[in-house]
Design a protein around this ligand. Structure first.
Ligand code: PLP
Length: 399
């Protein structure tokens, strides 16, 4: 008999976005004449940037020659990319990270999900609520105890330190779904907490490139001592049109330790390296060359153009909604805008009303957790034209 992992039965039945897709498909089928605008899912609309395309073409041609062919590569990523990451994402900010502290991967989603492999099931895990569902679901799958940290209007979307001792802490800033940020002082509290409690912070920095304000840290390692307590996740998905290309990386400093039951210190970098070599054969050479090109002069310029265009959409959404009388958060250092649904309505009721009356798709806040109830997420990843039209519709609808 093959026994299943019964933790899977604890998961919520339907993944948020498939429920939305079903509702939208039904509406479109019943109303084929209506133009539905999707400001829901977090996929981008801008294609792969030219600098990366060029690098990919070149790498494809190289792979077709005997001299240039690459077979299995290093599981942790090619040195050319790890070096570019160290220099551009860390050294340029005055942060010292070594090449062998970087692990290139096929996505921050996989990294955030897979990282639990190296931690004991007995760890108590703190997860913000509402939250990017991957952290929660992967910990439910592996049967860990979860402590929820509300991120709500009342605490200015800054989670309070847990009252009890937790072992693992997921933080994601700029945040998905709320679009809000932590300032350096806020993050310092978490680093201190982790030090005092020998916990590890899993810091998802997938939206770092959208930060526009000065006191908002781009990396947790900007905080002194963070290398002893934090793992950081980064992604190329939203900056260079990589959602379908798939490339990201995780940083595990060598100073970061976990513990055996007997209290012996173990390097988490070593464990993750072992896990990576066992379960992963590296990201394709072609994709890693494309990721490297994000750091070229042209690549950097094109990324800034992309980010600025998305941030402009965020501004259109935020200001338009405010004009229409909504209370709105996020959208300044983030492609996500988090709005309060009108009083007396649930997030899903607002979803249905928005879809049926103005034909706009967003994401119900309650889909990201209990404390997301009463909120709604719109994303800035659509085209400018569609974003403008959607906001005009909402403004006229409210009149
Ligand atoms: N982390 C957060 C907070 C995200 O919102 C997303 C994607 O939406 C990811 C990670 C996934 O990134 P990737 O495309 O690199 O898997």
């Amino acid at each position: 008999m093959s026994y299943i992992n019964e933790n899977f039965l604890e998961l919520q039945d339907s993944y948020l976005f498939s429920t939305i897709a079903k509702k939208v498909a039904k509406f479109t089928k019943e109303n084929p004449e209506k133009k539905v605008i999707k400001l829901g899912i977090g996929d981008v609309t801008k294609p792969i940037i030219p600098a990366c395309l060029e690098a990919m073409h070149k790498a494809v041609d190289e792979m077709g020659t005997e001299e240039g062919f690459k077979g299995y590569g290093p599981e942790q990523g090619y040195s050319f990319l790890r070096k570019a990451i160290v220099e551009n994402d860390y050294m340029a900010r005055g942060i010292e990270i070594e090449e062998d502290e970087i692990f290139v991967s096929d996505g921050a989603k996989c990294d955030c999900g897979n990282i639990v492999d190296i931690f004991s099931q007995s760890n108590k895990v703190a997860i913000t609520d509402p939250v990017y569902p991957v952290y929660l679901d992967t910990n439910i799958m592996s049967g860990r105890e979860i402590v929820y940290l509300p991120v709500i209007e009342e605490n200015n979307f800054k989670p309070a330190l847990p009252k009890e001792k937790v072992d693992l802490i997921y933080l994601c800033f700029p945040n998905n779904p709320t679009g809000t940020v932590l300032e350096k002082e806020d993050l310092r509290k978490w680093v201190n907490y982790a030090k005092e409690n020998q916990s590890v912070i899993l810091y998802d920095s997938a939206y770092e490139a959208f930060i526009t304000e000065k006191d908002v840290p781009h990396s947790i390692y900007e905080i002194e001592g963070a290398k002893e307590v934090a793992i950081e996740f980064k992604s190329y998905s939203k900056i260079a049109g990589f959602t379908g290309v798939r490339c990201a990386y995780v940083v595990i400093p060598k100073a970061l330790k976990g513990y055996t039951k007997q209290g012996e210190e173990i390097s988490l970098n070593k464990l993750w390296n072992r896990r990576t070599c066992t379960k992963f054969n590296g990201v394709s050479y072609i994709v890693q060359r494309a990721a490297e090109a994000t750091y070229s002069v042209e690549g950097k310029k094109q990324i800034i153009q992309n980010i600025n265009a998305y941030l402009e959409n965020a501004k259109i959404i935020k200001e338009g909604l405010e004009e229409a009388g909504f209370t709105v958060y996020g959208g300044v250092n983030s492609p996500y805008v988090w709005l309060k649904v009108p009083d007396g309505m649930t997030s899903w009721e607002f979803f249905d009303k928005l879809l049926e009356e103005v034909n706009i798709v967003g994401t119900p806040g309650s889909g990201f957790g209990e404390h997301g109830e009463g909120y709604f997420r719109l994303t800035a990843f659509g085209t400018k034209e569609n974003t403008r039209e959607a906001i005009e519709r909402i403004k006229n609808w409210k009149k």
